[in-house]
Design a binder for this molecule. Sequence first.
Ligand code: NAD
Length: 420
Amino acid sequence: MAQKTNPFQTMLEQLDAAAQIAGLDKNDYITLRYPERELTVNFPVKMDDGSTQVFTGYRVQHSTVRGPAKGGIRFHPDVDMDEVRALAAWMTFKCAVVDIPYGGAKGGVTVDPTNLSVSDKERITRGYTAKIADFIGPEKDIPATDVNTTQQMMGWIMDTYSTLKGVYSPGVVTSKPVEAGGSIGRKEATGRGVFITTRELAKKLGMDLKKSTVVVQGFGNVGSNAAMYLHEAGAKIIAVSDVSGGLYCEDGLDIPAMLDYVAKHPRHIIEGYKQDGIKATDNHGILTCKTDFLVLAALENQITEEVAKEVQAKVVIEGANGPTTFGGDKILEERGVFVCPDILTNAGGVTVSYFEWVQNLQHLAWDLETVNNNLERIMVKAFNEVYTVAEDKKIPMRMAAYIVALQRLVAVQKIRGIFL
Ligand code: NAD
């Protein structure tokens, strides 16, 4: 069996490569090679069936140089410290790329929530929150949704934290339901940001979205919203996959019908969706399908060196975090496949999380137009900054995104200096 790629190692390889291109001295960025703080918690949960189970969770604060730590919480059976560390670091660089005043963090619980009842999920969420409550806070570290965590769960985190602290604290977590202090537009924000980035890139590459085909891996929050906006812009979504498998249709999938189907499915999956001319495919088929754009919106380590040799997409859009390994990236570059990197492409989510937090701290509620206009402004600016560095230095967009982020991080680190 192939050895699992350590995503934190991938992050370090990307960071060192970008720092070298930028001509940085190792002393200037060495702190970014280490997470500031890491917490592992084991907590008991009384399950619906009467048993007591002990779950393991993590929270990593990679950097607080540019602001409080910020990053989502993942519920997945493969969650481990290396994954959480990598995801926390990517948050640091992502927040710096879009220039919002946050550091980077991530959390997770090693659990498969697919077949758990709502009450079991609630107790796991509350148990985890209670154990990390002293570690997080509106001015310290602000979680949000990620893979398999929902807006409802963010509501439970807010309630647990507020109850334990005796202070109503909506700013402790973002991506909450709108009724509980969430921001309008947050749920769709990552997918919207993926769309904005793809649209801007298409313009630069001289590709017409209306004449383009798109394949989407992962049809959860990020993938389904990205598919919806790309479909609305006239692109033809020819294949989509999720944990249950993939579906291909040469004439284009009916994305609104699929969204409706998934919303009504008890497990929110595409399995069983029917449309004329549709064919089943698998993960490999999705990743190697002939298409203009391949949107990755599932998990990390999808485009490995082996897969990269077979990718037929012209452009890879990283909606997920870390979907391409360092080796996979090199092969895509050699083969002329354009990669739009995660730390830019999926930054729309944390950007609107930032808006949500700002609204919470000020006890304000923005309207959708204000949220979307500000998201558009920030994403387009960040895209252009990264694209310009890539063009000027003739380097891949990922290296350019890291360089934009590193310039901001190193500047603040120098001003702050080292305490003792
Ligand atoms: P989600 O749980 O809503 O959706 C994940 C999707 O991936 C589901 O459709 C699932 O079935 C599918 N999936 C899982 N394993 C798969 C596999 N092996 N092959 C194909 N599909 C598979 O999660 P999400 O919030 O949409 O997150 C997806 C990615 O985007 C993650 O990498 C996450 O870190 C990243 N991300 C999310 C946000 C956000 O705001 N939610 C923000 C930035 C980045």
